[in-house]
Design a protein around this ligand. Structure first.
Ligand code: NI
Length: 305
């Protein structure tokens, strides 16, 4: 290759390179730390040990889950207590520091009060699940109240703590029954949004694990039954999976209380004014002056509210 030709090629190549550099925009990443006060406030996960266990006054009447973006959930166990399986489950929960909610059938609670006592003593919540697990929609209002009253009393006798919640058997209750139950017992109705269908045959621990794994999301209420061996057998892997994925367990009352927005209060009532003094019969101006000054005081108070 001749020298002029070589120079020409080199010149061309350099020109192309320079053109590419000039035409391609420089990629400069600008990172600016947000001042602390401008940074979006991310809610932090509460310590479930310190969450209140009192239902807020402005709670709803029915829950199948709670609204939250935090991975806070409640796991519930129905139809017990069982004299063998419930203590086995309590051991598993204790080892993991997890608190659950047990919806107890009254006749089982009356038969095994020591298990009811242990449930509450270890920090779990107890709810009312009727005396003998009937379909409430087929019962008279008197029978429904009797079912819940007997269970309420059996739970109270077993553990000294009154239930704050109920779950209708099969999740079925008429609106009129629900309204009456809420008025009589103060209970909200607790349903669920995660159902592993752990009662269905053929029963398998793997099926329970898979369904809970797939359906659980922040604010979920998980339905399980601690009267089935396969359900209790599924719990170590299921609880460890949920915990590893960042979920934290609260009781149902704690979940409701934590996720209920603060009550919206109306404007405060105006301060009552002191009674007007009786007009002096000898001077008809005193009463009028007092009335005017009361009027001014009232204006001031309204403004300051
Ligand atoms: Ni049930």
């Amino acid at each position: 290759m001749s020298l002029p030709r070589l120079l020409a090629i080199l010149l061309c190549t350099s020109a192309t390179l320079i053109a590419q550099v000039v035409s391609s925009p420089l990629k400069i990443e600008v990172r600016r730390a947000l001042p602390a006060e401008d940074a979006p406030q991310q809610p932090t996960m509460p310590d479930t040990a310190t969450l209140t266990r009192v239902l807020p006054a402005n709670r709803k009447s029915v829950y199948s889950r709670c609204e939250t973006t935090l991975p806070l959930i409640a796991i519930t166990f129905d139809d017990g207590p069982d004299p063998v399986l419930t203590p086995r489950l309590l051991d598993l929960l204790k080892q993991r520091g997890i608190h659950a909610t047990f919806f107890l059938v009254g006749k089982n609670a009356a038969a095994f009060p020591e298990v009811v006592h242990r449930i509450v003593e270890e920090g779990h919540e107890v709810g009312n699940h009727s005396w003998s697990h009937p379909l409430l929609t087929q019962l008279s209002q008197e029978s429904v109240e009797s079912q819940l009253r007997r269970t309420h009393d059996a739970i109270l006798k077993g553990c000294g703590t009154a239930p704050l919640l109920y779950r209708p058997p099969y999740g079925a209750v008429r609106v009129s029954q629900r309204t009456r139950i809420e008025k009589t017992f103060g209970y909200p109705a607790i349903l669920w949004d995660v159902d592993p269908q752990d009662w269905q045959h053929p029963r398998s621990a793997q099926k329970v694990y898979d369904r809970i794994h797939n359906q659980t999301r922040p604010g979920s209420i998980i339905l399980c039954h601690d009267i089935h061996e396969t359900t209790v057998a599924a719990m170590p892997a299921t609880l460890d999976d949920l915990t590893a994925r960042g979920f934290r367990f609260a009781t149902v009352t704690q979940l409701i209380a934590y996720t209920t927005p603060p009550e919206i209060m109306g404007p405060p009532a105006p301060t009552p004014l002191p009674p007007k003094p009786l007009a002096d019969p000898q001077s008809d101006t005193i009463g009028k002056d007092t009335a005017k000054s009361d009027e001014k005081n009232r204006e001031k108070k309204v403004q300051s509210n």
